[in-house]
Write a protein that binds this ligand. Structure first.
Ligand code: FAD
Length: 326
């Protein structure tokens, strides 16, 4: 039996979606095997609600590590915590979300335990041989122009960070997990003292949770006020291509794509977006894609369910008027 460990990231005392996404996807990929999926739950306060979520999202075993220093993310403390667990467990694979925390923690930890790490993967596969369970992690390479599948053949655990929002969360009813408490003390102290916290005045938008996304590109750079009105009327969120973010028309947290966020909403409306591979890698798993573009050969039409070949500067105001009539 091989084991796949998944780091369960928490922010503001809550489990982040990416840990649940990774549990669900690993469970789906390994459903007919006897391999074990292990959730690594580092927390200052264990809750039944958290344990229940990890269990129903596919964890076969939950290792809970409670320490007051896990209350707020700290690079040294979390690296030490995961290192302690890894050294007493023989994990074949260790996965983390490619979030700000995972991107900080993953490389440091991989250097600490002398293994390899594939950063920012967007696809996972497992290959079972007689001796090993190989992780095949795919990520965009060379500016997003090709996808590279990377394996780490000689070391364990094979590590990867995976982008949030790429996989869906699934609930496996009646799934039960073995629960273990990890007892080892963290013997180091944080070198950081948090004196106060100030919340950013501009509300941060988590596009990965949006069901409807009204996105605009360079072709509608002047139309963002209209896009925002449509989003407000429909309960959607506005997103943008990098061309728009680079012009400071929209903030970076609205950028969809390889260097932005990966989204999979029920509906993604792409206006004035050409469909560069770096943009599409962040939205092509949306359930329905509606594209508006003047160029009939625009690449975005290759992934669109509904293609509107028209001037978006004319279509969007009409769309707003129609919605207002509903
Ligand atoms: P353009 O490519 O200029 O397309 C504008 C489109 O609007 C055209 O198709 C045009 O026909 C159409 N149009 C013009 N006028 C109208 C109109 N009136 N009505 C309707 N349509 C109209 N890009 C991202 O978006 N996200 C990323 O995360 C990202 N990461 C990158 C990472 C790397 C390493 C690199 C090299 C690039 C990255 N890019 C990313 C940039 C990407 O390659 C494209 O340059 C970018 O997506 C183009 O944005 P756009 O489609 O808005 O603009």
């Amino acid at each position: 039996m091989k084991s796949i460990a998944i780091f369960i990231e928490r922010r503001n005392q809550k489990i982040c979606s990416v840990g649940l996404e990774l549990l669900s996807e690993t469970k789906r990929l390994l459903k007919d095997s006897d391999n074990q999926i292990v959730a690594l739950y580092l927390t200052d306060k264990k809750t039944d609600e958290d344990i229940n979520r990890l269990e129903t999202c596919g964890a076969d075993k939950i290792i809970t590590y409670v320490d007051p220093q896990f209350q707020t993310y700290d690079t040294l403390i979390y690296t030490k915590g995961l290192e302690n667990i890894i050294k007493t467990n023989d994990f074949d694979v260790l996965l983390l979300g490619s979030t700000l925390i995972g991107r900080d923690l993953g490389p440091r930890l991989s250097a600490r335990v002398h293994t390899g790490l594939t950063a920012d993967a967007t696809l996972l596969e497992f290959e079972q041989t007689e001796e090993r369970l190989n992780l095949l992690a795919t990520r965009p390479a060379l500016g997003g122009n090709l996808f590279a599948t990377i394996i780490c053949p000689d070391h364990k655990p094979q590590m990867a960070t995976i982008r949030p929002g790429v996989f869906s969360i699934e609930v496996f009813d009646n799934h039960k997990a073995e629960k273990v408490i990890f007892e080892e003390k963290i013997l180091i102290k944080s070198k950081v003292e948090i004196l106060s916290k100030k919340v950013n005045e501009t509300a941060y938008v988590d596009l990965t949770k949006a069901k409807l996304i009204i996105a605009g590109g360079r072709g509608v750079a002047t139309m963002f006020p209209t896009l925002k009105e449509i989003a407000l009327l429909t309960g959607g969120e506005v997103a943008a291509s990098r061309a728009v973010v680079d012009q400071n028309i929209e903030p970076k947290d609205r950028q969809v794509g390889q260097t932005g966020v990966t989204v999979r909403p029920s509906v993604y409306v792409a206006s004035g977006i050409s469909g560069a591979i770096q943009h599409m890698s962040g939205m092509d798993k949306s359930e329905m894609i509606i594209a508006i573009n003047t160029d009939p050969n625009a690449l975005i039409f290759n992934v669109a369910d509904i293609s509107i070949i028209a001037d978006a500067n004319k279509v969007l105001p009409l769309l707003k008027e129609e919605i207002q009539l509903i």
